[in-house]
Structures are given as C-alpha cells and as structure tokens.
Design a protein around this ligand. Structure first.
Ligand code: GLY
Length: 565
C-alpha cells in the first residue's frame, strides 16, 4: 500500500529516531464497506435512491434506472433526461450487455452546419443554444434496459425522482453557488426564462422545487417512451426548437432508438475488461493502453513512478492520435476495432518509445482529438445477487446547451459539439477534427465515456467509470492500475492525484497539490511540458474485496457518495 513520507514526517522522523520511536505510516483511505449491495454516484440523494430500490428487492438494473432519473432532478448539470449515455452490464451469471443511448444528430443536421459563409467554424453554435442539441436518448435507454433486464415495476423506479422534483431538495453551499452562476446562461439561451431556476440567488439550505420537471417525469412514469418522444413533452421540445432556431423535429423524436451493442472485451493479466465500444472511444483507449502496458513492469514507488507516468503519457499521445483518425460511430464509419487492439499493431505503434525522453506530439501524426467539456456523470452499482451496472451519462457541457425546454422543465444536451464541426481545420481550442467523426444525419457523435466492469478469474472484480471529457479513459486507466498494479484499495485509488495527456496539446496535466516534486522534475528532464490544473474526473467505483465485501469508492473531488447495505 502507498506510504510516502511528507516533509513533516521526515522532520519528525529525524527527531523520533534520536529518541527511539518510529514514525507511524499514513492511514490508508477506505471507502464505504457493505456486505450485500452498493451504489456510488455523484450525489448522496441519488445513491440513497439506488440503495432504497435495492433494499426493496430491485436488481442493479432497476437501481440504475432510478438513479439516472433522480440524477436528472438533483444533478441537472449532467444528470439528465435530455441527454444520453452508455450502460455496461454484467449479470450475476456472467452474461454481458452494453446499451448505447447516446444522442443522435437530427435528420436536418449537416456536415457544415457550424460553419459561416466564409467556412469559419462557429463553436458557439455547437456548444450553446438550440442548434447544439442532439436527439436525446436517456428515456428510451432506460425503457429499453428495464424491458430486458429490470425486475421491478417501472413506475416505482420513476417515483423517487418525481418526489425529489415535487417536494424539492435542500441545496448545499456549492450547489447554491453553481445554480446561481448557471442562471445567467440559462436565461440567455432558453427561449422562455426558466424562472424556477433563475428566479432567485440561491443560498445554502434553500429548497429547490421543479414542478414542470415532476409533471414530465409523471408522463414518463405513466406512458414510458411515449411520455417523452410523442405527445405533450415532444410538442414542448419541438416548440422550444422552433422558438430558438433549433432543428430537432417530431420525426427525430419518434425515430430515436437506443441500441444494444456487443460490449468491447479484452484481457489484462488475470483480468477481463468489459467496456464500451464505438460510438465511444473510451473502451478502445483503455484496452489499447492496457495492451501496451502489459509488457512493462510499473511501480508507484520513488522515481519508478515518474517512469510509469512517462510510459503512460507516451501511450496516450499515440492512442489519442488514433482516436482522431479512426474512431467514430461504427454505424457510419468502419472503425477498425480489431486492428487497433491487435498485439502486433500495438507493438509497432510503440516501437519508437524511448524510456528516457518524450516524443514531441508533432512527430507522431497529424490529426486531432476533440476538445470536450468535462461535465458528465457516472454511477456504479452492484446488487445482492452480483449483477453489476456501470453507467456514464451526460448532457456534454455543464447544463448542456443551457436550453431549458419551456413547459417540460428539463435541459437539453449540447452533444453536437462532440462531432468534428470542421473536419481538417482547427476548432476554437486550436485542435483539429477528424473526417471519421464528421456530422451526418442520425449519426452518433464520438464519445470518450468509459463505463467499465472487470472480472478476475471470471468473478466480478470492479465496476468503474468517471466523467471528464477526453480525460475519462485515462482516469479509468489510472484507477484500474492503482488497484491492480499498485495494490491500492478502491477509495485509495480514487483519492490518488491524476495525470492526463492526450497527444495535443503536447503536455501532461496533473492535479494541483501533487507533492512529489522529484517525480515532476524527472518528467521535465525527459522532455515533458507539465501543466497544473484542478481536479481531473470524478471516479465512482466499486471493488469486490477478497472476502466478497464490496468497497464503494466515491470521488472526494465532488459531492459523490457511496451507499450500501
Ligand atoms: N460528452 C462527453 C463524452 O461523450 O465523452
């Protein structure tokens, strides 16, 4: 287990050695432990909703539906019914499934819809307001997963969200500040001022009630898919589009369908990884990184940690270059999944790796990754029988397009910005977009979301995922490596400072307050540019310990919470 000396320890140690005592090791962080079942999500109230469903006899899939719906109420920055996501499921008998409920480009979308007359990109339009939204997938996804694998009455899974919307919930200081800050944009981009949100300066302890949203949730509870994709709510969405210059039509809503896909699977040592394939790039990136790393010995001790971070960065810059060139919605573009994961390809891809020095990103390959907002949300669930759900869901940016559907009370996504808005040219962040991920009607935009489940010797071992845009697969990778290579528990692995690199910009970002200056110095000497930043990702995960006890790891970077019994 990790056990470093901080400066204070060192001074104390010198003193104690002289008087004959030894320094006590730092206590290792442990997450919530539970014998039967566990839910870890972005908000204490949603984790409790999930746990209550499990205690009422629901399975992990029932709990996942209830958590997705409750997140739309208490975590509107990313929880949603107006967005989409991916769910990876492992049934207790070892069967795997993955559900793609990612948004789709509307039928009227076109490749150059975010270019002006001169051909310049208009990222403001792909990021904010009515044109930024893809056709939402979350409600269809929840209906579909419940029909196939749920066990409880649908209405019982929606009721907790309705109650939270109708009766309201108490805002924490951070939530009050976030909601107040967000109000200005919601007012600016929605066609009708959503006063339930923007009507006051929120303060800690205020009760946040959403009457329109509770009505929408009741329609979904009573009519299922038809409660959202046709009738009153669909009319509200289309009216909102018409007032705000958007293009989502009734036909788009009627045609939308979530899709069961074959999960992407791979092996690393004794572990089997079950994760999300295209239209996410996340699972591919994770498997490519683990595939390359299998040939190397890694350690988090002393200078060996800098060597590991160097190796990780060199993998990331090559793999993110692959992402730009080859990864997209496989229904529209032939993503070469097997080729990208082939051992020979990965060896060849890494043949110019130099353990001593960084390869400048420009020498690797022309191309690009998309710049993405990091406001997404993940939850992990294990039930008493051992069914597991790993689910990542998003509006893309914080509060999505910032368009609240008047009358229906929910926010629409700005997922269209996950397409290459201008293939082959730099976008507003100075990065390039690939042809594979160009906009086409009904296509799904490339994602990085990486909901993942791992087995060890065919038994459930870990359920893991995180928000974080392009940092998602690398944060999942670090959580996995911290546990299986560096012998950490789940909470300890999550608490550990994170590093991220993605080909371009040619740099390593690392979380502030990382205290091992010697490690940073070694990376600089190898030629890496380092950039300090605030928290990377919010990993919520569950580890099955050797005695079968579940350890829920909730990321301390947010309000994330574990709840189990
Ligand atoms: N919108 C973030 C992602 O899908 O990766």
């Amino acid at each position: 287990m990790k056990n470093y000396f901080c400066k204070e320890h060192l001074t104390a140690l010198l003193f104690l050695l002289t008087v004959g005592f030894s320094c006590q090791p730092e206590e290792k962080a442990t997450g919530l432990l539970a014998e039967n079942a566990m839910v870890v999500s972005a908000h204490p109230l949603t984790s409790k909703v999930g746990k209550d469903i499990l205690q009422q006899g629901g399975n992990a899939i029932d709990a996942a539906v209830a958590v997705q719906m409750a997140l739309a109420v208490v975590y509107p920055q990313a929880g949603n019914i107006g967005g989409g996501g991916f769910m990876v499921i492992r049934e207790a008998d070892g069967q795997y499934h993955s559900l793609d409920y990612r948004e789709k480009a509307p039928l009227a979308a076109s490749r150059d819809m975010y270019l002006d007359d001169k051909g310049d990109a208009l990222p403001e339009k792909s990021q904010n307001g009515h044109l930024a939204s893809g056709v939402p997938g979350s409600v269809d996804g929840m209906v579909k997963v419940h029909e196939k694998l749920g066990s409880m009455d649908w209405s019982k899974l929606i009721d907790p969200a309705i109650k939270l919307a109708e009766e309201g919930f108490e805002l924490s200081e951070d939530e009050a500040a976030y909601f107040t800050r967000a109000s200005e944009n919601l007012k600016k981009y929605s066609s009708v001022d959503p006063v339930q949100f923007t009507g006051k300066a929120w303060k800690v302890g205020d009760i946040f009630i959403q009457t329109q949203l509770s009505h929408t949730l009741k329609l979904i509870r009573d009519k299922g898919r038809a409660g959202f994709y046709s009738g009153e709510v669909a009319d509200y969405i289309v009216a909102e589009m018409e007032r705000g210059g958007g293009i989502i039509s009734l036909e788009d809503l009627e045609k939308y369908e979530s899709t069961w896909r074959n999960p992407l699977t791979g092996n690393y040592k004794d572990y089997t990884i079950i994760t999300m394939g295209p239209p996410s790039s996340g699972g591919l990136i994770l498997l490519q990184m683990l595939g390359i790393m299998e040939k190397y010995q890694v350690s988090n001790q002393g200078q060996a940690y800098a060597d590991y971070l160097h190796l990780k960065t060199e993998m990331e810059r090559r793999i993110f270059a692959d992402r730009a060139a080859f990864m997209a919605d496989a229904d529209f573009y032939p993503v070469p999944v097997d080729e990208l994961l082939a051992e020979e390809y990965l060896s060849q891809r890494f043949s110019n790796f130099d353990p001593q020095s960084a390869t400048p990103s420009d020498l690797i390959r022309e191309g690009n990754i998309l710049s993405m907002s990091e406001e997404t949300t993940h939850f992990s669930i294990v039930d008493k029988k051992g069914n597991a759900v790993s689910c990542t869901t998003t509006l893309n940016g914080g509060m999505g397009s910032k368009v609240m559907v008047a009358g229906a009370g929910f926010l629409l996504n700005n997922e269209m910005d996950d397409f290459s808005i201008k293939p082959g040219f730099p976008n507003m962040f100075g990065v390039l977009g690939g042809e594979a991920n160009k906009i086409e009607p009904e296509k799904r935009m490339l994602s990085s979301m990486t909901p993942t489940i791992m087995e060890k010797n065919n038994e459930l071992f870990m359920v893991v995922g995180t928000p974080g845009g392009s940092t998602i697969p690398t944060s999942v990778f670090q959580a996995v490596v911290n546990v299986i290579e560096f012998d950490m528990g789940m909470q300890e692995a999550i608490n550990e400072k994170r590093f991220h690199s993605q080909w371009k910009p040619d740099q390593i970002s690392f979380e502030k307050d990382f205290e091992r200056e010697d490690v940073l110095e070694t990376l600089r000497k190898k030629g890496h540019e380092l950039s300090e930043r605030n928290g990377i990702g919010r990993v919520d995960a569950i580890l099955v310990l050797e005695d079968g006890i579940l350890e829920g790891g909730a990321d301390p970077r947010g309000m994330d919470a574990a709840s189990g019994y």
